[in-house]
Write a protein that binds this ligand. Structure first.
Ligand SMILES: Nc1ncnc2c1ncn2[C@@H]1O[C@H](COP(=O)(O)OP(=O)(O)O)[C@@H](O)[C@H]1O
Ligand SMILES: [Mg+2]
Length: 300
């Protein structure tokens, strides 16, 4: 069952469409990495899921039921969230902040304790939040979101501004939560911050979903360039450029977007033309390259 499912979800502000025809599918128990450059509509989408922003079009289902005015109170009680800046009063300690949350949500003390231990903040509770590092603030925010023992956790850029150690800590935490059955939706504008943590990726660009699937689906959907080493690159370039977009760099000809069969034909042509092929390989394309290509308007 999908924990989150949207159909044609959209948001317009005036005449500007900021989220367009979005079909989110977030399976139970996964970490869903919600990626896209700044301004692509991630926060707006998350706010619609949390009923903080009213959709202009489309439907949302949470936990297999449509989210309606009548049902959303019950459904949202099972969702923990951290949207934009971490919450908390700076002049209160971490512990005092958590007691505020405990009272306002009617939680038990052991629920707070468990959340605090999960984010490993138990030794910092007597410190005022204004003296917390950004990483500690994020962890406090996540503890607040976790205390109600949600089935779904929605985290908007929780790694933003953290140092590598802080980012790693959040990643481990998300994996830990997912392995305990919590479904996690986490956004980032930096692929590298969550790609290895996420089971499923959704990539937004300009308010539209340009990819949704597993990491391996993403890399296999993108065809890396073929690099052909030849002893006569000028001749090779001349032969290829008649048919394909090819670029010569030193002794290597780079050909974009061709499959294995086309590669075999290209090599035959080059050998036939006497260009002296001595190497053929696919360029290593990092997920980051794929992401950049996609989000700068490229298509799968
Ligand atoms: N309340 C609003 N009124 C008008 N435009 C908005 C509002 N909120 C967000 N936007 C615009 O919607 C687009 C998407 O914003 P946002 O969802 O915050 O993107 P992201 O979280 O991916 O950076 C941006 O161009 C932003 O300026
Ligand atoms: Mg945002």
């Amino acid at each position: 069952m999908d924990i989150v499912n949207t159909q044609g979800l959209g948001k317009r502000y005036g005449s500007t469409t900021v989220v367009d025809d979005l079909n989110l599918r977030i399976p139970e128990g996964c970490v869903y990495g919600f990626l896209g450059p700044n301004g692509s509509g991630k926060s707006t989408t998350m706010k619609m899921l949390l009923s903080l922003v009213t959709p202009s079009s489309g439907q949302i289902s949470l936990f297999g039921r449509p989210l309606t005015r009548e049902t959303r109170r019950d459904q949202l009680a099972q969702v923990g969230s951290l949207i934009e800046a971490p919450p908390g009063y700076g002049h209160l300690t971490g512990g005092e902040n958590l007691r505020v949350v405990q009272r306002s949500l009617g939680l038990r003390a052991d629920q707070i304790d468990r959340a605090v231990r999960t984010v490993r903040l138990q030794d910092q509770l007597d410190k005022k939040v204004r003296n917390y590092s950004l990483g500690m603030k994020q962890r406090l925010g996540i503890a607040m979101a976790l205390a109600r023992e949600p089935r779904l956790l929605v985290l908007d850029e929780p790694t933003n501004g953290l140092d590598p150690a802080g980012i790693e800590e959040i990643r481990e935490l998300l994996r830990h939560l997912a392995s305990h059955g919590v479904t996690v939706m986490v956004s980032s504008h930096l692929l590298g911050e969550i790609d290895r943590t996420a089971d499923v990726l959704g990539i937004l660009s300009g308010g539209r979903m340009i990819f949704q699937g597993s990491r391996s689906d993403l890399t296999s959907a993108a065809t890396p360039d073929v690099l052909i080493d030849t002893v006569d690159p000028d001749r090779a370039g001349a032969v290829l450029r008649e048919k394909l977009p090819a670029r010569v760099d030193g002794h290597t000809v780079r050909v974009a977007g061709i499959d294995d069969r086309t590669t075999a034909r290209v090599v035959e042509d080059l050998v036939g033309a006497g260009a002296g092929v001595y190497g053929v390989r696919r360029d290593e394309q990092s997920l980051e390259d794929v992401f950049m290509n996609l989000t700068s308007g490229g298509r799968l």
